[in-house]
Structure formats: structure tokens, C-alpha cells
Design a protein around this ligand. Structure first.
Ligand SMILES: Cc1cc2nc3c(=O)[nH]c(=O)nc-3n(C[C@H](O)[C@H](O)[C@H](O)COP(=O)(O)O)c2cc1C
Length: 216
């Protein structure tokens, strides 16, 4: 049995749209925001390695600076909450060890028993050919988290705007990320739609299920 009715899920998936104009007077309650940050933190990632950091920017002055690096998009300053999604630029053994230590702690086993798992990850992602494109691997993981917050917010009737329309280097500078190993990938504005955001009434543009879902 589904925890949530199928019709409700489908309705909310259609309810979600890329909100272009937020009502700056409507704020997300703290308990709701905490669920949205959990949707980021609990996202799936390859090997569970979580090569991400999510920076919630609530300082209006910093948000104004970020807006200037986002083609002036108003959700940056008008949405209730604004989160910048960053990825780990290069993967190192220290990060894998940190994950292995966390796994050992969470599951109540000795880290040494996870040596095979650790070596598999190091061999694949750091010592293997995939290391050459590891930043793209990290970016893909962060996009999974982006999908997760968009869908979770829709279930909560909280509006979002996923944003790639930004100057990532400019964000890195403003957020003090230069030289930190973390890089801006994208952002998500979260809040409540303005009544006059005309995009909420636009029909969804999607290829048909027959076109994009294939059964063999
Ligand atoms: C990764 C990603 C980046 C996006 N960047 C922007 C953006 O910078 N500005 C914007 O107005 N919309 C942006 N969008 C919204 C898309 O244009 C929108 O999701 C798409 O047209 C489908 O419409 P819908 O989300 O309303 O169903 C982005 C969407 C995604 C998934």
C-alpha cells in the first residue's frame, strides 16, 4: 500500500512548476524548511558518497549580490528560502574514509570490516579512469538532490525554482568558496508563488508517455 494516495501524488507532480515570481511576504515555516533540507541530505548518491554541500543563503545583502550573478532573476531575492547546491570538485581518499567511518558508526561495525567496500570505491573513482571526469560524477549526484527537493516541496505545496541560469564563478566568489574544494553547480529558490505569476496557469509541455517510457 502506498503511504500517499496515487491521485494526490499525480496531482502534486502536476501542481509543481518552475515558479518565476514568488510572494516575498509568504515565508516557509521552520518545521517545513527542515523537511526540505532533509530531502537534500537524505538523497541517494553513488556509493552513498554525498559529494555535496548545500548553502542556505538568507542574508538579503548576499542574496542581492547573487541575484546580480543570476541574470537578475527575482526569485533569488524574493523567495522565502534560497539554497545553493555545491559539489566537491575533486574526490579524495579522505572523503571516502569519512564516509566509511560514518557507515561503520551508523551500522555498528568496525571500519576494518568495510575495507573491501572502501577499496572498491577508491579503485573505481580515484585510481580508475573515472577520476578524470570525477567532477561530472559529483555534479550528477547533486542533481539527484535537486530533483529530491523539487518533488518533496511539491508534495508540501511549496513552490520552487531550480536555477542553472547563474554565473557559478561569481557565486563561488561571493560565497567564499574559492579554494575550498566546493563549487557552485545550481540553486533552488523555495517559497510561495505570487498570485500574478502567470506561469502557474501555463499548460505543462511534456512528450507523451508513449514517447518517453519504453517497455521491453
Ligand atoms: C537544472 C534546471 C535548471 C533550470 N534553470 C532555470 C533558470 O535558471 N531559470 C528559470 O526560469 N528556469 C529554470 N529552470 C526551469 C525549467 O525551465 C522548467 O523546469 C522547464 O521549462 C519545465 O517546466 P516546469 O518545471 O514548469 O514543468 C531550470 C530547470 C532545471 C531542471
Amino acid at each position: 500500500m502506498s503511504a500517499v494516495d496515487n491521485e494526490i501524488i499525480h496531482k502534486q507532480l502536476n501542481w509543481r512548476y518552475a515558479c518565476k515570481k514568488f510572494d516575498p511576504t509568504k515565508l516557509i515555516r521552520e518545521q517545513d524548511w527542515n523537511i526540505l533540507t532533509e530531502s537534500l541530505r537524505l538523497s541517494a548518491s553513488s556509493y552513498g558518497l554525498q559529494p555535496w554541500k548545500f548553502i542556505v543563503v538568507q542574508n538579503p545583502e548576499i542574496r542581492k549580490q547573487l541575484q546580480d550573478q543570476s541574470y537578475g532573476q527575482t526569485p533569488v531575492t524574493e523567495a522565502s528560502h534560497f539554497v545553493v547546491l555545491t559539489y566537491k570538485e575533486t574526490l579524495d581518499e579522505a572523503h571516502i574514509d569519512r564516509h566509511v567511518a560514518e557507515a561503520a558508526k551508523s551500522r555498528g561495525v568496525e571500519a576494518a570490516t568495510l575495507a573491501g567496500y572502501r577499496n572498491l570505491m577508491v579503485g573505481d573513482l580515484i585510481k580508475g579512469p573515472r577520476f578524470e571526469t570525477i567532477k561530472w560524477w559529483a555534479q550528477r549526484q547533486v542533481y539527484i538532490a535537486m530533483g529530491s527537493i523539487l518533488t518533496t516541496a511539491a508534495m508540501m505545496e511549496i513552490d520552487t525554482l531550480p536555477m542553472e541560469g547563474l554565473n557559478a564563478a561569481g557565486y563561488d566568489k561571493i560565497l567564499g568558496l574559492e579554494g575550498s574544494g566546493w563549487k557552485t553547480l545550481a540553486a533552488v529558490a523555495c517559497g510561495y508563488r505570487a498570485v500574478d505569476d502567470k506561469y502557474q496557469h501555463a499548460k505543462k509541455v511534456r512528450f507523451s508517455a508513449a514517447d518517453v517510457i519504453e517497455y521491453k
